[in-house]
Design a protein. Sequence first.
Length: 100
Amino acid sequence: MIRHIVMFKLFESASPEEKEKAVASVRNELIALKKTIAVIQDFEVGINVNTDSSAYDLVINSTFNSMDDLKTYQIHPDHQAFIIFNKKYSEKKVIVDYEF
């Protein structure tokens, strides 16, 4: 099994309300991937509650049966569309993939 974790740091918004809308929008797009990409075994999206300036805003914690399935997810057209969508919201991301 492969655990795929991705954290996103969103661009700073003009207001807390705009940031909240941006976080919700990215979260909703991520959740939609679980419905359309069959190789995903488990998929959780979390919104950060830590207010530290170094904290990231969103995290994906997902599980795949194999690296091949993870690669299938990564090249899936819906995932590729999310990457394009997310460029207007996220300034940084960090990724960890590990076997368990």
